[in-house]
Design a protein around this ligand. Structure first.
Ligand SMILES: NC(=O)c1ccc[n+]([C@@H]2O[C@H](COP(=O)([O-])OP(=O)(O)OC[C@H]3O[C@@H](n4cnc5c(N)ncnc54)[C@H](OP(=O)(O)O)[C@@H]3O)[C@@H](O)[C@H]2O)c1
Length: 238
């Protein structure tokens, strides 16, 4: 597990334990203490190549890698002072996921193939202007997930893409829209891994967004444009 300390990551740890996992390596930047002996805390910043390598060397018995760590800087791509937020988001959400997949692919192969779960987003498919870099990073991570699935099929690794709209965690505390519970997402993902599913669309938002892709400019973007224009007018009045 990456990003195991809070939010969806913590729910993943609970869900895995609830389904009888023998051991869960809980990776987080600052290792937490856990009240279950099956949880092994690991110091893991996914942007730190030394920590990623050392996690792969230490966790030789992993058969399920969950790439959950992610950040959202809520910064537009054009109207921001610089591109540092977009670079940070790519660093964690794309390159961090890539580094983990590369480091753990041989471990998974040695353990019979196993599975990789990449936690993506509806933002892989519809680019939110208020957090443009986040959308770009999740699109890139979606492409990575699809390419890795093809590349790793031969070694028997199931590669699962998880998409959701809003999940009720700290990342979106300010959002008032409906949110799915982290436990619900985890239950769907773990059911999916057990049944060999390659994609989990966890909520109506993700199902509707994917279905709208052939007509995305027509169906998805007018609403985003209205929201963006309203926000801009609101700021101009302040
Ligand atoms: N919440 C949503 O609406 C939503 C919707 C769709 C997809 N997602 C995705 O779900 C995943 C989990 O997010 P969340 O909702 O649980 O948000 P969250 O509560 O903000 O948790 C983010 C997690 O990522 C970890 N993290 C951030 N940077 C890291 C790094 N460099 N190395 C390792 N861990 C790092 C954080 O660790 P620290 O505690 O050390 O900061 C934290 O555990 C993310 O990939 C997110 O993009 C979220």
């Amino acid at each position: 597990m990456t990003g195991a300390g809070r939010g969806l990551g913590r729910s993943f740890v609970d869900g895995l334990l609830g389904r009888g996992a023998a051991k869960v390596y809980a990776g987080s930047r600052v290792p937490n203490s856990w009240d279950d002996d099956r949880v092994v805390p690991i110091e893991l910043d996914v942007t730190d190549p030394v920590q990623v390598r050392s996690a792969a060397e230490r966790c030789r018995d992993v058969d399920l890698l969950v790439n959950n760590a992610g950040i959202m800087r809520l910064t537009p791509l054009i109207g921001s002072d610089d591109d540092s937020a977009a670079r940070d988001e790519l660093e964690v959400n794309f390159f961090g996921t890539l580094a983990m997949c590369r480091a753990f692919a041989p471990v998974l192969a040695a353990n019979g193939g196993g599975a990789i779960v990449d936690v993506l987003s509806v933002a892989s498919w519809v680019a939110p202007p208020a957090s443009g870099g986040y959308g770009a990073s999740k699109s890139a991570a979606w492409a990575l997930t699809n390419a890795a699935r093809v590349e790793l099929r031969e070694q028997g690794t199931l590669v699962v893409a998880v998409h959701a709209g809003f999940i009720d965690t700290e990342m979106v505390t300010r959002v008032k829209a409906p949110k799915i519970s982290p436990a619900d997402v985890v239950a769907q993902v773990l059911d999916g891994v057990e049944s060999g599913a390659e994609e989990i669309l966890a909520d109506d938002e993700s199902r509707e967004t994917k279905a709208a892709l052939p007509r995305d400019l027509e169906v998805l973007y007018p609403r985003l444009q209205r929201l963006w224009d309203g926000r801009r007018r609101g700021r101009a009045r302040e």
